[in-house]
Design a binder for this molecule. Structure first.
Ligand SMILES: Cc1cc2nc3c(=O)[nH]c(=O)nc-3n(C[C@H](O)[C@H](O)[C@H](O)COP(=O)(O)OP(=O)(O)OC[C@H]3O[C@@H](n4cnc5c(N)ncnc54)[C@H](O)[C@@H]3O)c2cc1C
Length: 446
């Protein structure tokens, strides 16, 4: 009984699409990506990857491709006035000890480039300038056709929809023209990247070079700062109530306006803001959780923001997209019959729906905990920090999930490879897989 090589088309060359392409190429399939833009360009800001994502680097063999990640050494949380509420001076070491993988911060361009290079080295073809508009089906050897706006159609066995927040694949799956348009959350993000040469204050330069992760919590708002590129850049994200016009999702922002909005905040944060020379505002949008991420014919599966957009409050959007890509690749390893692709996709769906729902729930809860107005809830929050209550068993109570021991365990301790092994061993696939080709991950790394 020979293994079958599937033709797989991934729609979208963002982080989710590249992760899935790498996973599926390592599983031995022929993978192409159709990408709408003419040029691949991630935006120039930072992105955090927690151990549930970075542990996949080894599986994918991308360690040698990584360029200048920054590992936050310490973690501090302040109230907006600048009072230190909690400090972990061994953040990096504890992460590695607890989870066997680091928490890493990247410049998005570097991370995207590294995944792209790995995918291309594995033989993944990338077709730029191909906007997908629909799928069609026929009784061919490769039964699903991907229709592009340029009139071309590409046939394959399976389509992976990784086309982001405004996903066309989501509409195709839900069989509605605009299935469920992204909705505003009520927040926007100011995003700033500061090169260290722009920062003359020695205390602040030192902070950037030491790779410190810092969060400030304030009324309806919060701010996060972390270093990039080995401590030569600072990434700042400021979350505020959304004041962008209804139909505008991002635009250049006014530095004066930003400065005024953070009046009364920690003088160190305000000093940092004075070094910014440009800033962009991003409306934060989300979409409801789906009950299904595979189509009825079992020829389309959604991943990444197309399936489960994650807001940035817990930094899990790309992390969960990496989990999707890894699991999909592992589940699609050692396919012996085309008919078992359906069973494998159903298993993928079963594994992903609950976990991504749990992460989205924790993310929204974190938003709530970060933004208390001054008053009794904010005082209780600060009390919990001062008491060092990270051990609270009711995970929903501790106000910073990235320090809460219970949350960290299920969120960062998640091992996609183990989860696939367990899920496969309990599924009908086990009969096929265990006879000759156990579906496991690590053997596939190079
Ligand atoms: C302010 C902010 C901060 C964040 N910080 C973090 C963080 O620190 N850590 C983290 O894990 N996550 C973070 N996230 C979330 C993370 O950025 C996203 O979840 C992730 O980038 C989504 O990747 P994706 O590939 O699913 O979508 P996208 O990056 O949107 O990629 C989709 C791709 O599909 C293409 N495409 C779209 N439509 C079509 C079509 N019809 N045909 C062909 N191609 C198409 C697009 O051009 C694009 O290249 C943050 C998000 C925000 C807004």
């Amino acid at each position: 009984m020979g293994e079958i090589k599937l033709d797989i088309i991934v729609i979208g060359a963002g982080l989710a699409g590249l992760a899935a392409a790498i996973g599926c190429a390592l599983a031995g399939h022929t993978v192409s990506i159709l990408e709408a833009t003419q040029e691949l360009a991630e935006i120039g800001a930072g992105i955090k990857l927690t151990p549930n994502a970075t542990r996949l680097f080894q599986l994918w063999g991308i360690d040698p491709y990584l360029s200048s990640p920054c590992e936050p050494q310490t973690c501090s949380i302040y109230n907006y006035k600048g009072e230190l509420l909690t400090y972990d001076g061994n953040f990096a070491t504890k992460m590695r000890q607890e989870f066997g993988a680091p928490s890493l911060d990247f410049h998005r361009v570097d991370l995207h480039r590294c995944l792209l290079k790995r995918a291309q080295d594995l033989g993944v073809k990338i077709l730029l300038g191909h906007t997908v508009r629909d799928l069609t089906h026929a009784n061919y050897e490769t039964p699903v056709g991907v229709l592009c706006n340029n009139g071309e159609t590409y046939w394959c066995h399976l389509v992976i929809g990784a086309d982001g927040l405004w996903s066309q694949c989501r509409s195709i799956l839900l069989e509605k023209p605009i299935a469920d348009p992204p909705e505003p959350t009520g927040d926007l993000a100011f995003r700033i990247v500061l090169p260290i040469e722009q920062i003359s204050d020695p205390e602040l330069r030192n902070m950037v070079q030491k790779c410190e992760l810092q969060t400030w919590m304030g009324p309806d708002s919060h701010a996060v700062a972390y270093s990039l590129k080995g401590g030569t850049l600072l990434n700042l994200v400021l979350l505020r109530p959304d004041d962008l016009p209804e139909n505008v999702s991002k635009m250049d922002a006014d530095l004066e306006e930003m400065w005024e909005l953070f009046e009364g905040w920690d003088p160190r944060l305000r000093r940092l803001l004075t070094y910014a020379t440009e800033v962009r505002k991003w409306k934060l949008l989300h979409r409801p959780h789906l009950d299904t991420i595979i189509n009825k014919r079992r020829t389309l599966v959604l991943i990444g923001d197309a399936a489960h957009p994650m807001l940035p409050y817990l930094a899990q959007g790309a992390c969960s997209a990496f989990e999707d890509g890894a699991i999909l690749g592992l589940i699609l390893s050692h396919v012996n019959f085309k008919s078992d692709v359906s069973t494998r996709l159903e298993l993928f769906e079963e594994m992903r729906l609950k976990r991504t729902k749990d992460i989205a729930h924790a993310t929204m809860l974190q938003r709530h905990l970060l933004h208390f107005p001054d008053g009794p809830y904010q005082q209780r929050r600060e009390e919990l920090f001062r008491k060092g209550a990270e051990h609270l068993e009711e995970w929903e109570l501790f106000p910073a999930k990235w320090l809460c021991r219970t949350t960290r365990k299920w969120l960062y301790g998640y091992d996609a490879v183990k989860h696939v092994e367990e899920a496969v061993s309990k599924s009908p696939l086990n009969v096929v897989a265990s006879t000759e080709h156990p579906v496991t991950g690590p053997q596939r790394t190079q």
